[in-house]
Design a protein around this ligand. Structure first.
Ligand SMILES: O=C(O)CCC(=O)C(=O)O
Ligand SMILES: [Fe+2]
Length: 331
């Protein structure tokens, strides 16, 4: 039932009209629903997204297989200064969370994979922030191909969504694309242990937070546990729906849109009694991209709420504050 000032559930958007050719009308209706949902809820399920279920399943199986490796194998991949590798449980605290006073570290552990760089890439050779090598487990060599295929497919969807998002904001369809020449991509292979009692000390799977970037496209297993905060404060479940992804607006898209699109707080509490696995993919701009609200988006009398910011600077400041490994000296 629809609650007052709230949404009981997150809408599902059939995005087939955003891919390839379709009638102008159908595309317009889809864009309008996208706009309305992102202005109000900030989270939406994408159905008919064109990505093979089999590829999503293969990635999901790979997440489980990675986490089934012996702990020593995972520890050998400890996250490097380029933010790639294994993030142990309780090693990140969302200090920059604007939605809660977060002092307890998250209970999840994960493997962070980012866009691959050619060894001859100047950014790689210079060792620019985040432009380093991924960490792959030698015990599971197939993971690299599976993860890179998955990232390629989700990047294509991310670009289609960037076009649709520009249209939804009344901008030229290609408006965002130059900002994604060298997109910053994160694929996180997450494991959440069963929660047990929620106590002050225990912490939860993922403390309430908003995502840093442009959009997040998430696939999750059947455990449930993801919750999204409605404007009235209620927590709305975002359970898995077969054949869909959950997409949400990150802080930088919210900033770009002058707050029109909502970067909505969410959290994870795994009450399933089993381990939970998920695979968020973060589709973010090029590091050098400058995020500035386009003047054509402003209504009469409206001014930009935030000054322009370079995405790479914005991101590194957040990573430096939230991840313990960036604050302690290397062993
Ligand atoms: O695991 C999930 O369902 C959500 C993860 C998440 O919110 C994040 O990694 O930012
Ligand atoms: Fe998140």
């Amino acid at each position: 039932m629809q609650q007052k000032n709230s949404v009981a559930e997150i809408p599902v958007l059939n995005v087939s009209a955003l891919r390839g050719t379709c009638t102008h009308d159908l595309r317009g209706v889809t864009i309008e629903k996208l706009r309305h949902t992102l202005e109000t809820v900030g989270f939406i399920y994408l159905s008919n997204h064109g990505i093979d279920d089999e590829l999503v399943e293969r990635m999901r199986d790979a997440v489980v297989r990675f986490h089934d490796l012996p702990q020593e194998a995972k520890d050998r991949l400890l996250i490097n200064r380029f933010h790639r590798g294994y993030i142990p449980a309780r090693s990140s605290t969302l200090r920059t969370s604007s939605v809660a006073e977060v002092t307890r570290p998250n209970r999840s552990d994960s493997l962070m994979i980012m866009h691959e760089l050619a060894q001859a890439d100047p950014a790689f050779l210079r060792g620019d922030p985040l432009q380093g090598a991924n960490c792959w487990p030698e015990e599971f060599p197939e993971l690299r191909t599976i993860a890179l295929d998955y990232m390629a497919a989700l990047s294509a969807l991310g670009r289609d969504m960037a076009v649709a998002l520009a249209e939804a904001l009344g901008l030229l369809p290609t408006w965002f694309l130059p900002h994604f020449d060298r997109p910053t991509l994160f694929l996180r292979l997450l494991h959440y242990p069963h929660q047990g009692p929620v106590t002050e000390d225990a912490g939860i799977g993922a403390a309430p937070h908003t995502d840093y970037g442009f959009i997040t496209i998430l696939a999750q297993d059947n455990s449930g546990g993801l919750e999204v905060q409605a404007k009235n404060g209620d927590w709305i479940p975002a359970p898995p729906i077969p054949g869909t992804f959950v997409m949400n607006v990150g802080d930088i898209l919210s900033r770009w849109s002058n707050g029109r699109f909502a970067s909505t707080p969410h959290r994870v509490i795994n009450r399933s009694g089993n381990r939970r696995f998920s695979q968020p993919f973060f589709f973010d701009p090029s590091m050098d991209s400058v995020i500035e609200c386009p003047s054509s988006l402003l209504q009469a009398g409206e001014t930009p709420r935030m000054p322009p910011v370079r995405w790479g600077d914005y991101l590194m400041e957040r990573l430096d504050r939230n991840y313990n490994y960036r604050n302690s000296p290397s062993p």
